[in-house]
Write a protein that binds this ligand. Structure first.
Ligand SMILES: [Zn+2]
Length: 261
């Protein structure tokens, strides 16, 4: 399948106001409802339409912007409704172990979102980092989540988003073998037609400005390079500092990179 144009693929976590009380997501990753509606308007103004990656794999569209959400935060039901209200869709990557737990979407909410045309996909069974697991555990994470989602929602689960964006070597072979079509990774780039099995994404954070967002829609090269440098600074920091220490300083680095907000 050939994509007609590079596609901007957005990655959200919670879409929630800080004082919501229900969402348990890290505030740094939470986009407010007002900001989310503003971003939908920017997409309309740019003559583009919100779509799920899953729908674009089936039916490529030049004017599409792909919406993805990681972690199954309870606030994602509101975001799904907002997408539905503008005739759009998105992919929601959930951890099957936390479905129905405090702060997370319930199975009923996922069924309602499926009925509204949303794509529900796998973010593994737990949120453990796959590069810290044995190969057998990795297979269990991918297989259990896929089977549970397909069994409870009755829809094909074909996409996988690795927790924390972290993957062991050979991950694409494992996902293919288990029946996944593609991985939605944390690699920073546009989705081009050459690498269908690794779909890069741009993380929308609380500090993402309207100007930045508009540049992502316009696929501005300088802005994308800036995002890529920020991401490689974060990942090389992980290698240099060691994973445990890295986790402690990661938040500080992210805040600096996004302008201290
Ligand atoms: Zn996650």
């Amino acid at each position: 399948m050939i994509k007609p144009h590079p596609t901007t693929v957005l990655m959200y976590h919670a879409v929630s106001d800080a004082d919501d009380g229900r969402s348990r997501a890290d505030a740094h990753y939470s986009v407010s409802q007002a900001r989310f509606l503003e971003q939908l308007q920017l997409i309309r103004d740019a003559g583009q339409r919100p779509r799920s990656v899953q729908s674009l794999l089936l039916c490529p569209q030049a004017s599409a912007v792909a919406f993805t959400f990681d972690d199954g935060d309870v606030s994602n039901a509101w975001a799904a409704q907002a997408l539905h209200d503008v005739g759009g869709s998105g992919d929601f990557f959930v951890n099957t172990q936390t479905v129905g737990k405090a702060g997370h979407l319930s199975w009923q909410a996922l069924r309602d979102m499926t009925a509204a045309g949303m794509s529900i996909q796998s973010h593994a069974h737990t949120h453990r980092y796959l590069d810290e697991l044995t190969p057998v555990e990795v297979v269990q994470e991918l297989h259990t989540s896929k089977v549970m989602l397909e069994d409870k929602l009755g829809c094909p689960v074909e996409l996988f988003a690795p927790p924390g964006g972290r993957m062991p070597a050979g991950m694409h072979l494992t996902t293919k073998r288990l029946g996944y079509k593609a991985i939605c990774s944390s690699r920073v780039a546009l989705w081009r037609d050459l690498r269908f099995d690794d779909i890069p994404r741009l993380a929308v954070l609380r500090g993402t400005t309207s100007l930045q967002f508009s540049k992502w829609l316009a696929q501005d090269r300088v802005e994308l390079l800036r995002q890529r440098l920020r991401y490689s600074a974060l990942t090389s920091g992980k290698q240099l500092l060691g994973k445990t220490y890295y986790e402690r300083v990661r938040r500080g680095l992210l805040r600096l990179a996004s302008g201290g907000r």
